[in-house]
Design a protein around this ligand. Structure first.
Ligand code: MGD
Ligand code: MGD
Ligand code: SF4
Ligand code: MO
Length: 704
């Protein structure tokens, strides 16, 4: 039987809209939703059907029988596995209190359901991946704009100039954004790209700045200095909406382009020429703060500098600039309902909200649990549920994490794959792949907000369930089922849509429902209520930061240089994989079976390393070592080595990526505890490793 559905890709968390055809319960065609993406899809999205067919994923619930991590499992029915988890959770709650359970997830549009579960259970400890992703950028935005990093979206297509700092968008894909950027370039727009190495994005750029690792803040300060000196900013916008602008002017006085050039290794003339370009191109100039801005000690401040540059361009709420994403209310219609439950009034176990008052309490900061777990402070943590999150792969120093996880009586992974955390856990609850499951309806905010929904294209191949079923069935067992008012997905959808007057039939034509016909912009002269800062202004100096004795305008400090024989470890993404969870995909592992270690050619020659040679890379304490092949390039800063994240995995049931390449997170020894006190995120780029030629290379005796 043939079937066709519009749905939402799940091969990464960008969640592009897709169109899928199937015949006799096998996917026969997959493409980007033609109404939104013109059919475009990335390699990972195209490899979704291979994930569905892959037998090297958990096929039914598994309960651990051997030691943690030993890989000895008992196959269990769903009844048995859910009873097991629910009973353990109830016991832990009775003995230690509900707050001793943490649930981490990957955030996103369906997180309200996972949050509702843990809150209804009685614990405030919902957390997510973001301390390793966009937290610095998020907190930087909050401190200036009063709204987080999702408080603005970008009209790249209509921009004159897009500026990206370490946002390698043609590797770290978002298909809609990629299409917009290509359109912008076709329309004569300019792209400036800043990185420590050349990338897929850098080669498409009209201007490429190669900087010394960790010096973005210097470059951004030099640019701000020159923008102000030349008067290339929107005086009216600044007068109307910005507070403490004088403090900013005084602060950047010292940071001239000549100073910035010496610090970051870009020519002074190039910085001045760049500022002339943005002077011409403004206000349609977008400084995209991305997620990472890489994770250095001062990334929070570097990120603040980019937010400030957007404000100086006066690009907020104009075509070709930044806009405030609109929701149902802006369209004069009612929004959908989401599963929800208020947070219990108990101190968080990571200290966010009471020990650390300047951070967003929402998901807290996952890494701050670990030390507290070891000390049982402020209370013991006895269970950790990871829902579509792999702390052992996505957070640094898995061996240190395991010590903390060992204080728990229960570790549960809800995952489509064997994650590194799942392999160490006590129970794996396998979720059906995105092609085999429906999900709740979600609202996607934007200039034209819409509702979207994921629809099952094929039936589950194995004995797996969707997360809406898993949480409902766990909730029923724990007597909190009333927060999940449905039995089937149809009932859930009907409940969500009830206030809106929209029906599921309205999704049939295109796969989504737009809440407005034309884009909505706010009146630029009446944006006052949009900035949720204490003063209602865009704050150059933040009271909240003052309150915790952190500067808002922080003097620049040069990053450390590596010691002799050491290099700064830089990581990034490839367009072929999503973190570590596609490296065992039957198709994608064939396209890219391993990573390599990139070395600057001249540095490599000094160590007698040639392209393709085996090298040994070791963590600063020598605890973790890996042997990988070297890729030599002229286009990487000599202080750094680079590798793609997602490899070096050692789960025996994943035979295709088993022990392939090097794991960057295992090289990050001691980094769980090295984090940015102002931005909250882990300093993943403050890592130094040693590199030497491996004895595995061909020797005079002809061995390999
Ligand atoms: N194909 C693919 N796409 C993805 C993902 C994926 O896993 N695979 N993941 C998604 C996720 S979760 C995210 S957060 C985004 C991430 O999207 P990006 O932020 O674009 O992520 P990365 O590829 O990690 O890019 C980091 C870049 O920072 C550079 N860098 C390192 N140090 C410095 C420095 O000091 N200064 C500057 N300017 N650059 C530096 C690195 O060389 C690298 O090119 O991508 C999303 N898209
Ligand atoms: N060393 C180092 N650390 C990093 C990074 C890095 O580049 N280097 N990148 C950082 C960034 S930007 C991020 S966002 C984080 C990402 O860290 P995580 O959020 O942990 O990473 P993912 O690999 O996206 O997904 C986590 C798990 O979700 C599972 N999963 C995938 N699809 C589904 C699904 O449909 N349902 C369920 N239940 N599970 C699913 C995957 O199998 C995987 O085990 O890592 C961060 N940490
Ligand atoms: S970027 Fe690729 S993998 Fe990610 S959601 Fe879009 S199509 Fe899927
Ligand atoms: Mo991320």
């Amino acid at each position: 039987m043939k079937k066709a559905v519009y749905s939402i890709c799940g091969m990464c968390t960008v969640r592009c809209p897709i169109y899928v055809e199937s015949e006799n319960d096998r996917v026969t065609w997959i493409e980007g939703n033609p109404h939104l993406l013109g059919g475009a899809l990335c390699a990972k999205g195209s490899a979704g059907p291979a994930l569905r067919e892959d037998h090297e994923r958990p096929q039914q619930p598994l309960i651990r029988v051997g030691a943690r991590g030993a890989g000895r499992w008992r196959e269990a029915s769903w009844e048995e596995a859910l009873d097991y988890v629910a009973e353990k959770l109830a016991d832990i709650k009775a003995e230690h209190g509900a707050e001793s359970v943490v649930l981490s997830s990957r955030g996103g549009p369906w997180q309200s359901m996972y949050k509702a579960f843990i809150h209804a259970f009685g614990s405030p400890n919902y957390t997510n991946h973001d301390c390793t992703c966009g937290r610095n950028t998020h907190h930087a935005s909050l401190s200036i704009n009063g709204v987080g990093r999702k408080g603005f979206a970008y009209d790249i297509k209509n921009a004159n100039h897009l500026v990206l700092f370490g946002r390698d968008m043609f590797s770290s894909l978002r298909i809609a954004e990629n299409i917009q950027t290509l359109d912008m370039l076709d329309n004569g727009g300019r792209l400036t790209y800043v990185d420590v190495r050349q990338t897929n994005t850098g080669v498409k750029a009209t201007r490429f700045f190669q900087v010394r690792p960790g010096t973005d803040y210097a470059l951004a300060l030099g640019v701000i200095h020159q923008v102000i000196a030349k008067g290339y900013y929107d005086q009216q916008f600044v007068d109307r909406y910005v507070s403490d602008f004088r403090s900013l002017m005084d602060f950047v006085e010292q940071y001239t382009p000549a100073w910035a050039a010496a610090e970051c290794g870009v020519k002074e003339k190039d910085i001045i020429d760049f500022v002339e370009e943005i002077g011409q191109d403004r206000p349609k100039v977008i400084f995209h703060p991305g997620w990472n801005l890489s994770r250095y000690r001062d990334s929070f401040y570097a990120s603040r500098a980019l937010h400030i540059l957007n404000i100086l361009m006066g690009n907020i709420e104009i075509k070709g600039g930044l806009f405030i994403p609109k929701g149902a209310g802006d369209c004069g219609v009612k929004g959908i309902r989401n599963i929800d439950c208020g947070k219990p009034d108990i101190k968080r176990g990571d200290g966010v909200g009471w020990k650390y008052t300047h951070f967003d309490k929402g998901p807290g900061l996952a890494h701050l649990f670990f030390n507290n777990m070891l000390k049982g402070d402020p209370y013991p943590i006895k269970a950790w549920i990871a829902m579509r999150h792999d702390p052992l792969s996505g957070m640094p120093d898995p061996e240190e994490q395991k010590k903390a996880f060992d204080t728990c009586d229960l570790l549960v992974a809800i995952d489509t794959n064997y994650s590194e955390f799942g392999w160490y856990a006590d129970v794996i609850l396998p979720e059906s792949t995105y092609l085999e499951r429906d999900t709740p309806i979600c609202q996607q905010k934007g200039l034209k907000p819409r509702l979207a929904v994921r629809r099952k294209a094929v039936e589950p191949k194995y004995d797996t369930k969707a997360s809406w079923e898993i949480f409902k069935q766990l909730a029923d067992r724990l007597d909190i089922g009333e927060h999940f008012p449905y039995n089937t997905i149809d009932e859930l959808w009907a409940w969500q849509l009830e206030p809106t007057g929209i029906t599921m039939a309205d999704f049939e034509e295109k796969g989504f429902v737009e809440l407005t016909d034309s884009p909505i912009y706010y009146d630029r002269d009446a944006l006052d209520s949009q900035f949720k800062t204490p003063s209602g202004k865009l704050e150059m100096v933040s009271e909240k930061l003052n309150g915790v004795e952190l500067p808002s305008l922080k003097p620049y400090v040069s990053p450390d240089k590596p010691e002799k024989g050491m290099f700064r470890l830089i990581y990034g993404r490839t367009a072929i994989h999503t973190h570590g969870h596609t490296t065992n995909n039957p198709l994608l592992s064939e396209l890219m079976p391993t990573n390599t270690l990139w070395l600057n050619k001249r540095e490599a020659k000094k160590m007698d390393i040639n392209d393709g040679d085996w090298v040994e890379v070791a963590s600063n304490d020598g605890f973790y070592r890996a042997t990988v092949q070297a890729t030599l390039t002229d286009h990487l800063h000599p202080e750094a080595v680079f590798t793609f994240h997602g490899f070096g995995r050692d789960i025996p049931r994943q035979t295709r990526n088993f022990m392939a390449g090097v794991s960057d997170q295992k090289l990050m020894r001691g980094k769980l505890d090295d984090w940015d006190q102002a931005g909250g995120a882990i300093n993943l780029c403050e890592v130094f490793v040693s590199v030497k030629k491996s004895i595995r290379n061909r020797t005079g005796r002809g061995t390999l």
